[in-house]
Design a binder for this molecule. Structure first.
Ligand SMILES: [Zn+2]
Length: 54
């Protein structure tokens, strides 16, 4: 089962979407995007909170 995170679901006006079978990899990709694009530091729990199964 794949996991998906849409940046907009985290409250950002942003169409970034990432999808991966690997949850840990997905979390790292979202954290990196949030830091580089929004200058936000998300915790693992923050990312899990907006993660959906896809
Ligand atoms: Zn974003």
């Amino acid at each position: 089962m794949a996991h998906q995170v849409i940046c907009r679901d985290a409250g950002n006006d942003c169409d970034f979407m990432v999808r991966s079978e690997n949850q840990d990899e997905l979390i790292e990709m979202v954290k990196m995007h949030a830091k580089e694009t929004h200058d936000l530091m998300y915790s693992t729990d923050d990312v899990k909170g907006v993660m959906k199964s896809a």
